[in-house]
Design a protein around this ligand. Structure first.
Ligand SMILES: NC(=O)c1ccc[n+]([C@@H]2O[C@H](COP(=O)([O-])OP(=O)(O)OC[C@H]3O[C@@H](n4cnc5c(N)ncnc54)[C@H](OP(=O)(O)O)[C@@H]3O)[C@@H](O)[C@H]2O)c1
Length: 276
């Protein structure tokens, strides 16, 4: 029996989604890839690639599109919620409209696609959901607090969901990349809250300037990220979390150390609030 898998990946037009789709196709698996406008050129002549149009903010389109994806091959082994983008600027300067759209794509898009896939995955009693969040969804920096909030929302939902799915034979992994060399930090993808408040120049402003400096020079290689994601799908017991990149590891360990310090310093106060 063939062990080839079928993957449904959102946002394969460029970046991590494109790199993953190419790597998955190269190993002989099938990719059902979504983009917002046209089929990607890289898979034009590949019979193992199927294209579906999907804007993850189009709530009405998601269920029919996901149903069609499952009908195409009769089964989906791996769902990758990859579509997303960043918003830079201080928390105070983000507008309602910017925050609503950011959550619509990064959180509600992932939530809607996942909810549409779950009836099929439950019926299969198998499958692996990979939700791409970010190091920002674990260890926030100034200058991207709203983006962190949207990725934290994905982290929270997914960590609860993973426990609901474990008894049903369905895995869920949160992939948390550091900075990867994609369009993510380019004006093609990124949105910004224009900095008007001088008080944030040394915090949010400084971090945003640093990100502008590293655009195009990020340490993370999308092809290696794709290999890592394929490895967790092949693992006998996939992890709940997969950090990608030395920067993601460093920031997570710093966050954990600071959290631990707060816990230890305030342990007695924490324990003082139970009824006696
Ligand atoms: N690269 C990094 O440093 C980094 C770090 C941490 C996390 N991430 C996360 O990794 C994921 C992929 O990002 P990337 O680095 O590959 O960035 P990218 O090169 O900018 O690609 C983003 C992808 O998301 C798609 N997308 C955006 N809005 C969409 C919408 N409303 N509906 C459907 N698709 C939409 C884009 O499609 P279009 O071509 O149609 O715009 C594109 O395919 C995102 O979730 C991002 O938050 C990236």
């Amino acid at each position: 029996m063939s062990s080839a898998k079928t993957w449904l990946i959102t946002g394969v037009s460029r970046g991590l989604g494109e790199a993953l789709a190419k790597a998955v196709l190269a190993q002989g698996d099938t990719v059902i890839g979504t983009t917002r406008d046209k089929a990607p050129d890289f898979a034009r002549d590949n019979a193992n690639f199927h294209w579906l149009a999907l804007d993850v903010t189009d709530a009405a389109a998601i269920k029919p599109t996901v149903d069609r994806a499952f009908a195409l091959k009769g089964k989906i082994d791996v769902l990758v919620n990859n579509a997303g983008y960043g918003l830079l600027g201080s928390v105070e300067e983000a507008t309602d409209e910017q925050v609503a759209h950011l959550f619509d794509v990064n959180f509600h898009g992932t939530r809607r696609v996942t909810q549409a896939a779950l009836p099929h995955l439950r019926q299969q009693r198998s499958g692996h959901i990979i939700n791409i969040t970010s190091i920002a969804g674990i260890a926030p920096n100034p200058g991207s607090g709203m983006y962190s909030a949207a990725k934290f929302a994905v982290e929270g939902m997914s960590q609860g969901l993973a426990q609901e799915l474990a008894p049903l034979g369905i895995y869920l992994t949160l992939v948390e990349p550091g900075a990867f060399r994609t369009d993510f930090l380019s004006d093609h993808s990124l949105r910004r809250s224009p900095p008007a408040i001088a008080d944030y120049a040394d915090t949010a402003g400084a971090v945003v300037a640093k990100l502008d400096d590293i655009a195009g020079k990020q340490l993370g290689d999308p092809e290696r990220a794709a290999e890592a994601m394929i490895a967790i799908v092949q693992a006998a017991t996939p992890p709940l979390h997969l950090l990608l990149g030395s920067d993601a590891l460093r920031r997570t360990e710093q966050m954990q150390a600071a959290f631990k310090q707060d816990i230890e310093q305030w342990r007695e106060v924490t324990l003082s609030t139970d009824y006696r």
